[in-house]
Design a protein around this ligand. Structure first.
Ligand code: SAM
Length: 421
């Protein structure tokens, strides 16, 4: 963002002008006060604007909004306010007598922050009255939340590219940077989405021993897995496939940001048309609910002489079991729907931190799915190469509880050609 868009926080005390004198804040004594740390400038004309003592009476000559640009108040009460309270209070002031309980319900209590950009939820500011306020509404919201840019989220489009429907409400562009496990991801929030739910899988991938290996990431997105493989897991080279041009742009920028662009080839297009063959030690298939369409591609890119490992993502449904048969996983799932783990602590996605108990937690449906998948892959490989291959299930990772009784799983499947006897 340009510097002129950044209001400089100044200490301020909101009071009626008639009280200003006794608070020694009025007129020139306020401007010369030793506690004065700087001026603040109008977001539009860049002209200096002294903090008005009453926001409604501010009358900047440039025609900037009739709103005091001061975004921080030194009063203790104001400092104790949560951002949500501050937002509600500022909006109530902006609307004056038009304020109603119904509008209050329309004011968001939670949002996603990407440094100076705040992403509001889909269900916020729906009432018609907000629209009538024009840009001053978004300037007020941004100021209350300490942001420079604002965007509002819509539903992810079911277009196979997971395009978010996000509208930029304030600011010039939606590019943000997100640092995750020491990796810098950049993307345009109005064009791509970040999946915070896959954090455990990103961490697991980062810890895999991939030194010297060639990776093919069939569903690279903005690089959620490609980057940890390159930056932390020390993969020698990655082929990243992605058909969404916005995600490709974000991925290319992030590769540069992390200094690994020379170790990655981005294949922009449908991975089913990929001409790559016989190159990979490892293939990542990070698409849910199913990556099945990518299985033949994964078999083609695996090294035919030595094989490798596939990481196959899939949503697996489990039938609900009766209470007496509950396993630790079922308990975890039930608790997770209430936002707690089985110990009543705050819930984290269905990760398994205690690896030694992982085996005991695998559900029969997961095992059956893993075995059926292994058999299909063996069949595909045998057909492709005209010789038998063997597979072994190395691990089944439960990434998260996706919906009631549906888990996002990753199968680590080792695939090797059978050596002639
Ligand atoms: C779920 S996102 C991947 C993000 C990341 N792997 C994750 O799980 O967080 C799936 C990505 O695959 C891309 N995709 C889906 N089908 C594809 C195909 N046939 N060829 C190339 N890219 C595809 C989508 O555009 C999307 O960016």
């Amino acid at each position: 963002m340009e510097a002129r868009d950044t209001p400089i926080p100044v200490p301020a005390l909101a009071t009626e002008p008639r009280f200003a004198q006794c608070l020694s804040l009025a007129g020139s004594s306020w401007k010369r006060s030793s506690s004065w740390t700087g001026t603040t400038s109008c977001r539009r004309c860049q002209g200096a604007v002294w903090p008005c003592l009453c926001w409604r009476r501010s009358s900047p000559s440039c025609g900037c909004p009739r709103r005091c640009p001061v975004n921080w108040s030194g009063s203790r009460a104001a400092r104790r306010q949560t951002p949500a309270q501050k937002l509600r209070d500022e909006l109530r002031r902006l609307l004056g007598e038009s304020w109603s309980e119904e509008l209050e319900r329309d004011v968001p209590h939670a949002w996603q922050r990407h440094k100076d950009l705040v992403l509001l939820s889909e269900d916020s500011f729906k009432a018609a009255v907000w629209e009538k306020l024009g840009p001053v509404l978004w300037e007020t919201v941004a100021s209350a939340l300490g942001a420079q840019r604002l965007a509002r989220r819509g539903r992810v489009l079911p277009d196979g590219m997971r395009s978010p429907r996000v509208t930029l409400l304030l600011g010039q562009d939606g590019w943000v940077e997100h640092v995750d496990n020491g990796i810098r991801y950049t993307f345009d929030v109005t064009k791509c989405m970040f999946s915070p739910g896959n954090i455990t899988e990103k961490l697991r991938v980062a810890s895999l021993p991939c030194s010297g290996e060639v990776l093919v990431d069939l569903y690279a997105g903005i690089g959620y897995f490609t980057l940890p493989y390159l930056v932390h897991a020390a993969a020698a080279f990655a082929h990243a496939c992605e058909w969404n041009s916005h995600a490709v742009e974000a991925l290319r920028r992030s590769l540069v940001l992390n200094g690994v662009q020379d170790r990655c080839c981005v294949h922009h297009g449908d991975n089913r048309q990929l001409e790559l063959r016989d190159v990979a030690d490892r293939v990542n298939l990070g698409l849910i609910p199913s990556s099945e369409e990518g299985w033949p591609v994964a078999c083609r890119v695996l090294k035919k002489g030595t094989g490798g490992i596939l990481h196959i993502h899939h949503n697996v449904e489990t039938l609900p079991t009766m209470a007496p048969l509950q396993t630790p996983v079922l308990l975890a799932e039930q608790a997770s729907l209430e936002g707690k783990d089985c110990n009543g602590e705050a819930w984290h996605p269905m990760e398994d931190r205690e690896k030694e108990t992982q085996g005991a937690r695998i559900r029969p449906e997961w095992q059956r799915w893993a075995e059926a998948t292994a058999a299909r892959i063996r069949g595909l490989l045998a057909e492709l190469h005209g010789q038998p291959w063997h597979t072994s299930i190395l691990h089944i990772e439960a990434v998260k509880s996706y919906a009631p009784h549906v888990h996002h799983l990753v199968l680590d499947l080792e695939c090797r050609p059978t050596l002639p006897t």
